[in-house]
Each structure stands twice: as C-alpha cells, then as structure tokens.
Design a protein around this ligand. Structure first.
Ligand code: ATP
Ligand code: MG
Ligand code: FE
Length: 353
C-alpha cells in the first residue's frame, strides 16, 4: 500500500510517501517539509492567515518533489491522507482540499487523520519500532498527555496538562529569555552551557498522585527569577552564565516532571514500554533522563527519528496506513472538504462529513 500524506495543521507544510508492505512494516520512501518558522518569527507566534497562504504556495511543489524522489507516479498511489484536525481551520483546509482534489482527479480514496495519532504512531517509522501495548508520552507545542495505547485507535487518556503544554512551557520561558520563537530548541541549546541545579524552580503537581501536569506556574517563576537577576545586575543585565543557568534550570524542571510522571504511568499500568512523541520528544535531556531511568528499571523507551518529532507528512501517511491495515478506518471516495479544527483524541472515530 502506497500512501501520500499531507500535513498542514499549523506552521509546517509536510508531504511524504509511506509504503506499507504485506507484513505490516512501514517504510518512509520520501518526505519533504517546509517550515514557516522564519515567516512567523517577526510576529512572535503563528499568524493563521499567513500560515494558510503559505501552505497553498508550498504544498504542490513539495508533493511533486516527494513523488519524484520516491520514483512513484500519481497513478501508483493507493491512498491519499491528510491531517483532518486538530489545528488552524484555514491551514487544515489547504491539506484537505489538496488531498480531496487529488483523490477526485485520480479516482483514489482519501482519509483524514488525527494529528495527535500521527505524532503517537510516528515511532513506528524508526529503526527500533515499538509493539503494543505501551504508555505514550505525547509532548508537543499544544499537548501534554499520558496515554495507554493498546493498539491502533485504542487510546485511553491517563493524564494531561491542566494549563500549558510542555512545548509551550519551553517556548514561553525561551521568550522571556529573549530567545525568539519557537524557543524550545534555542532554550535547550543555551541550557547546555548552564547548571541545571542553579535555580530551584517549581515542579507543579509532581506529588499530586495523579498523572496530570501543570506548567503555567513555571513561566511565572522564570519571570520572577529573571527580574531578580536583572535587579541585581548592572546596566548590561544578567550575565551570559546566569541566563544559561536559568535556561538549564527551566529545562531540568520540565524534564523532571515529564520523566517522573511517565515512570508513574508505567508503574501503575504494569506496562514496560514507553513511547515518546511530539516536538519536545526531540529534547536531548528528556531522552537522556528517560533512557537512564529505563535502563535502571529494565524498561524500553521508543522515540521517533529526530526529524519526525515535530510536524511532518510522514506521520500522517503512516497513521493512515496503520488505521487502514488495522481495520480501524475505511478510506472514502473524495467528497466534501472535511476538517475538524477542534477534535479531541477521544472522538477519533468521528464519522467523515
Ligand atoms: P500539537 O501537535 O500539539 O498541535 P505542534 O504541532 O505545534 O502542537 P510539535 O510540532 O509537535 O507541536 O512540536 C513543537 C514544539 O516542540 C514547540 O513547542 C517546540 O519549542 C518544541 N521543541 C522542539 N524541539 C525541542 C527541543 N529540542 N527541546 C524542547 N522543545 C522542543
Ligand atoms: Mg510546528
Ligand atoms: Fe504537532
């Protein structure tokens, strides 16, 4: 089965070709991505209208590039997949319209995919794919959730953030430190030079006994610490070392909570496999701490390839392939554009429009 996947839920246009063999093994034949980060940087965040327009500009050239690199003709496709939601309505419509137009023109079936299911299943494209069941830690720009995953489409929410997502905590703290948007990778880079124990920042809900998270208080603590450093410093402001220490301490606080809650979820479920997905899954400190904790306890941790942690078309093509292979979804002839900007994962089986 050859699937062409389109991702356009936010600020990345992603297109990819995934092939699923008879044994159910997924192979990424080609993928292409255009990130709009540079375009939105001047505004300090994603501007929805600009995002939609840029997806329109990028999507067809990217699709051509992918087909050419994979040496696959449009006629050879079995399925066209796109991100149905959640995300920005206008941005989602570009992927949906493109997929439906191709489906209509080629007489091929189309399938809308849940963006988070894409993130969740993305480690199946790695060299060390997981097997079911497992606990999933989904840590992205908009979500922080722990789930029990028993199979494709079998997702039980165990806990989630009650305010900011982990990626948001990285981004907002980075912004306070003047590191631009999105600040996660920049904060992680600055943290390499700093002492993670320099500042004692809060780890909210760490001992709550639940698997929920809260990160909104962290950015307030970062702001307060920064103001104190500024007040104590000369006119040049806090030293580079103090800023790096604050970055390292912030990262340590976020990672600490993510690791402890993931271990608690594994313990409570009796499962021994953890899958990490979403943009924050690219964070090296998170990976190092999870790997160390897992090694001590004889647990396994699976990650997506680094370039598939943030948004991409490959995870969308893959999720579509796995849903079809598992009998969880039936591709439809292309019909009306069908997007769900607000779409909880619990409602994943929402019927097509
Ligand atoms: P969602 O999937 O919830 O709709 P999203 O698609 O915007 O949100 P992703 O693309 O999965 O989120 O991830 C983007 C987030 O990951 C950003 O918040 C970014 O700062 C963060 N991120 C990316 N790389 C790193 C890193 N190395 N360390 C920490 N955070 C990172
Ligand atoms: Mg993004
Ligand atoms: Fe995402």
């Amino acid at each position: 089965m050859r699937i062409l996947g389109f991702e356009s839920s936010c600020d990345e246009t992603g297109v990819a070709l995934v092939e699923l063999d008879a044994g159910g093994r997924a192979q990424l034949r080609a993928d292409a991505l255009h990130s709009q980060i540079a375009m939105h940087q001047a505004y300090g965040g994603v501007v929805p209208e600009l995002a939609s327009r840029d997806h329109i500009r990028r999507v067809l050239p990217l699709a051509r590039e992918v087909l050419q690199r994979a040496q696959v003709r449009l006629a050879d496709l079995d399925l066209i997949a796109y991100t149905r939601g959640p995300g920005l309505a206008g941005a989602l419509l570009v992927g949906s319209a493109t997929a439906c137009a191709l489906g209509l023109a080629l007489g091929k079936p189309v399938l809308g995919v849940h963006h988070l299911e894409g993130h969740l299943l993305s480690p199946f494209l790695s060299a060390d794919p997981p097997s079911f069941p497992f606990i999933a830690l989904l840590v992205s720009g908009g979500h922080t959730q722990l789930m029990r995953v028993d199979g494709v489409g079998d997702y039980a929410l165990l806990g989630e953030t009650i305010d900011d997502a982990a990626g948001e905590a990285f981004d907002k703290s980075a912004k306070l430190l003047g590191l631009g948007y999105p600040g996660g990778p920049a904060l992680a880079a600055l943290a390499l030079q700093g002492d993670p124990a320099a500042f004692a920042l809060p780890r909210p809900l760490l001992h709550s006994g639940t698997l929920d998270f809260s990160f909104a208080g962290l950015k307030t603590a970062v702001l307060t610490t920064l103001r104190k450093l500024e007040a104590a410093a000369g006119p040049e402001g806090p030293t580079a070392q103090a800023r790096a220490d604050l970055a390292a301490s912030t990262q340590a606080a976020i990672v600490d909570v993510l690791v402890k809650k993931s271990l608690a979820a594994l313990k409570a479920s009796g499962l021994r496999r953890l899958v990490v997905a979403g943009g924050v899954g690219a964070n090296r400190r998170l990976r190092a701490e999870l790997d160390a904790a897992a090694a001590r306890r004889g647990l396994r941790v699976h990650y997506p390839e680094l370039h598939l942690c943030t948004d991409n078309g490959a995870m969308i093509a893959l999720a579509a392939a796995m849903r079809v292979a598992a009998g969880r979804a039936r591709p439809q002839p292309a019909g009306a554009f069908d997007v769900l900007p607000r779409w909880p994962l619990a409602a994943i089986d929402a019927p097509a429009a």
